[in-house]
Design a protein around this ligand. Structure first.
Ligand SMILES: [Zn+2]
Length: 270
């Protein structure tokens, strides 16, 4: 009996090694809009080599979702980006910093003002994470033909609570844009500045609220797919029906985490 168990374990180990190698050679990218309820957390896994987390959701459900999405041996996140410091985007990060090694923490200078933010910065400092405050814009190279860019527009338009970093990921033919909870004033500034926001996939701003995601903004991004990260039966009435109609009129496919759970987009970027 013991021999059989040992043989089975060896077989299992060999299979895992084989699958790991197959994935390692494939140069894949997986974007996961994690189902964290009413909040935001997007995970990018580039070939099991570079892991990026954009926001951390409203609770420790983030850890469960990461466990479901990452290989069991992955305990390092290369980049954590905080779009802004509302609780539905950062609470999960407190525990994340206690359980995962984080290479670089990125946030928008001038957007940090809350109690959980202090805890996150303290945990990041404790484990030696590099902390970067973005003042205007910055680019980060992930590999051949693959990078992400963040813009902080806070100095360029009227500041309100929802002001967020804008993040664009571009890898070969794949592109993804997320603008946190930015609202119409921020979108107008983004359009006025003619930022390069055109992207195949767009995470709807502010959980699909109608005071964001304007027609002109959507037209400029020109996505094939819009993903809405939103909790079911939330008290804010997100997402707005008008936005769903706008997307339909523009021929943009819509997916929602309240209806589908975590949404995974898998692509080969060779
Ligand atoms: Zn939010």
């Amino acid at each position: 009996m013991k021999n059989k168990i040992a043989i089975f374990c060896l077989f299992l180990g060999a299979m895992l090694l084989f699958l790991t190698n197959v994935f390692a050679q494939q140069n894949f990218l997986r974007l996961s809009i994690l189902d964290v309820g009413q909040g935001d957390a997007c995970l990018v896994n580039l070939n099991n080599e570079k892991i990026i987390l954009l926001d951390g959701g409203p609770s420790n459900i983030l850890l469960r979702r990461l466990g479901e999405s990452l290989p069991f041996y992955k305990r390092r996140i290369d980049f954590v980006i905080i779009s802004h410091f509302h609780e539905d985007h950062i609470i999960g990060l407190v525990e994340l910093f206690r359980r995962y090694q984080v290479g670089t923490l990125i946030y928008g200078a001038g957007l940090e003002e809350s109690h959980p933010a202090e805890i996150i910065f303290a945990e990041a400092a404790r484990q030696g994470t590099k902390i970067l405050a973005i003042k205007n814009e910055s680019s980060f190279i992930l590999g051949d033909n693959c990078y992400f860019k963040v813009w902080n527009l806070v100095s360029k338009y009227r500041v309100n609570d929802n002001n967020s970093l804008v993040t664009k990921l571009k890898c070969s033919h794949f592109s993804f844009l997320a603008a946190g909870d930015n609202e119409l004033a921020a979108e107008k500034t983004i359009l006025d500045l003619k930022l390069d926001i055109e992207s195949g996939i767009f995470k709807a701003s502010h959980h699909g609220a109608d005071n964001a995601n304007s027609l002109k903004f959507l037209e400029k991004i020109n996505p094939q797919l819009m993903i809405i990260s939103v909790g079911s039966d939330n008290k804010f009435g997100h997402p707005s029906e008008a936005l769903i109609r706008r997307a339909y009129d523009l021929d943009i496919k819509v997916k929602r985490t309240d209806l589908l759970g975590t949404i995974n987009i898998f692509t080969n970027i060779r």
